[in-house]
Ligand binder design. Structure first.
Ligand code: PEP
Ligand code: MG
Length: 315
């Protein structure tokens, strides 16, 4: 017998008991933005801007960047769009940044660290974002990648505010940032956890190496502990905390994230409906039980089983 079809949830994300969970799209190009805007999402939780900078000899100037950001923002009306500033390093060919070759690019000058060697690119990008914000109805949120310390967060916030940007955050994708989430949150308006890199750096496991899948499994209890640390720190100061790594697209894992205190989830747009449907049938208290059961497990597989068993109890 086929399982009875579940009713399809509509509208903003929420748990069965009405606790809101923002459901947002990840985008990486203008074409992605066009596709994502046609889905029933609440906005953009991660706009990866690397496409603007890669594979070109010259620096995109403020006018060129403003035009592209404006086009993207117009697609989302007054919905929030969270733009991540350039996340590149010596493994990515950014001709105009003159990056030095590095033995370990994942541990090198990448993400926000580029701002220390070439500040102009960050200032130009933030200036263009400010122009595009003023030209549209967008609710712009801007965040920096690969932030490790509260000092880096403070510097980014000051630079972004100088460009007229009001909602400023950082990504938490380095274990040091997760461990000191309270310090980071004192500097910013919101944080967004990048589980792809947070797994890579927590487990010392290159995310590009397919043989390391078990270490990179987001159900690993050590990763859940770091997410919980950030979730609790954000809850304590009532600031938003998103997850924008690929793991947010797994409906069961999304429920655990909600149980860990995450307030929004950002994913490839086609995954939104599955997550919306899953959350709609689970009360928030059950998401919290799922999260604590998963954290008590001692392997990724056991963590998933524990969460699944509880989710199935509501059927
Ligand atoms: C992440 O690291 O989880 C993330 C969302 O950023 P990216 O995948 O672009 O590194
Ligand atoms: Mg990342």
């Amino acid at each position: 017998l086929a399982a009875p079809a579940r009713p399809t949830a509509t509208g903003p994300g929420r748990t069965r008991d009405g606790h809101p969970v923002g459901l947002l799209a990840n985008i990486g190009t203008v074409a992605d933005a066009e596709r994502a805007a046609s889905y029933d999402g609440e906005g953009v939780g991660l706009f990866r801007t690397e496409f603007l900078f890669l594979n070109r000899a010259d620096r995109p100037d403020v006018a060129e960047q403003t035009a592209i950001y404006t086009r993207v923002f117009e697609l989302f009306g007054g919905r929030p769009v969270t733009v991540r500033t350039l996340d590149a390093g010596s493994d990515k060919p950014i001709a105009f940044l003159q990056l030095q070759p590095e033995e370990n690019p994942a541990l090198g000058v990448r993400g926000i660290r580029l701002a220390t060697t070439d500040r102009a690119h960050l200032v130009d990008q933030l200036t263009a974002l400010g122009h595009a914000q003023r030209a549209t109805a967008v609710r712009l949120k801007v965040m920096a990648p690969m932030v490790s310390t509260a000092e880096e967060a403070r510097d980014f916030v000051l630079t972004a505010r100088a460009a007229g940007l009001t909602e400023v955050g950082v990504m938490v994708e380095v274990p040091a940032a997760a461990l000191r989430a309270t310090d980071l949150l004192a500097e910013v308006d919101f944080v967004s956890i990048g589980t792809n890199d947070l797994s890579q750096y927590t487990f010392a496991a290159d995310r590009m190496v397919s043989g390391l899948g078990n270490l990179l499994d987001p159900w690993q209890p050590a990763l859940l502990d770091l997410v919980a640390t950030v979730g609790s720190a954000a809850q304590a100061v009532a600031k938003p905390v998103g997850v924008c790594g690929e793991a947010a697209a797994d409906p069961l894992f999304a429920a655990v994230l909600v149980g860990l205190g995450i307030t929004s989830l950002s994913m490839a747009a086609p995954a939104l409906q599955g997550v919306r449907d899953q959350l709609a049938v689970l009360p928030r208290s059950l998401c919290q039980e799922m999260a604590s059961a998963a954290r008590q497990a001692t392997s990724a597989g056991a963590a998933r089983e524990a969460a699944l068993g509880l989710a199935e109890s509501v059927r």
